[in-house]
Design a protein around this ligand. Structure first.
Ligand SMILES: [Zn+2]
Ligand SMILES: [Zn+2]
Ligand SMILES: [Zn+2]
Length: 165
């Protein structure tokens, strides 16, 4: 019998959950974050963000571009990258280097944070943790070695609770 953690913080969304609600809430929060920071969620930024939020599986820039232009549009790759840069800068989206793909932030509008991602290699879902003890331990271990951190996103690959046989 595979052992399941007795308590987990529901980092992994239930299969079949009401994802339209996740996406709508995310866009709503993003609007609020932009308003609070006196910047704008322009049409392209909003379109890119909603494509990132199509699921909890990270998506690549070229997939985003292809979907944006699916109706025969001519949006340039640069426009998508610029929109992604903006979304990352405002912590609305995270880039997962191991997949070269993007995922919506689960803690939008909260303080700047060091994200930790659990990435399921079976279903592709990426769940964001915001573990303060993990961050503290990591920061300490790194700074003790005289290393100055620019960014720290931890990416851990494995099998999520829903894909565990
Ligand atoms: Zn969802
Ligand atoms: Zn985040
Ligand atoms: Zn999975």
């Amino acid at each position: 019998m595979p052992r399941r953690a007795a308590t987990h913080d529901h980092a992994f969304p239930e299969p079949g959950h009401n994802h339209a609600r996740c996406a709508a809430e995310a866009l709503h929060k993003a609007e609020a974050v932009c308003a609070a920071r006196k910047t704008r969620l322009t049409e392209i930024r909003r379109d890119v963000l909603s494509l990132v939020w199509q699921s909890h599986v990270p998506v690549g820039a070229y997939d985003i571009l292809a979907r944006l232009n699916a109706g025969g549009g001519k949006i340039a790759p640069m426009a998508v990258y610029r929109a992604l840069e903006f979304l990352i800068e405002h912590d609305l989206v995270h880039r997962l280097a191991s997949l070269n793909a993007y995922i919506g932030c689960a803690h939008m509008g909260e303080k700047a944070h060091a994200a930790q991602f659990l990435i399921c290699r079976a279903c592709g879902t990426a769940a964001e943790l915001d573990s303060a003890p993990l961050k503290r331990a990591l920061t300490q271990a790194v700074t003790e070695r005289g290393f100055a951190i620019d960014s720290q996103i931890v990416e851990i690959s494995g099998i999520c609770p829903h894909c565990t046989p």
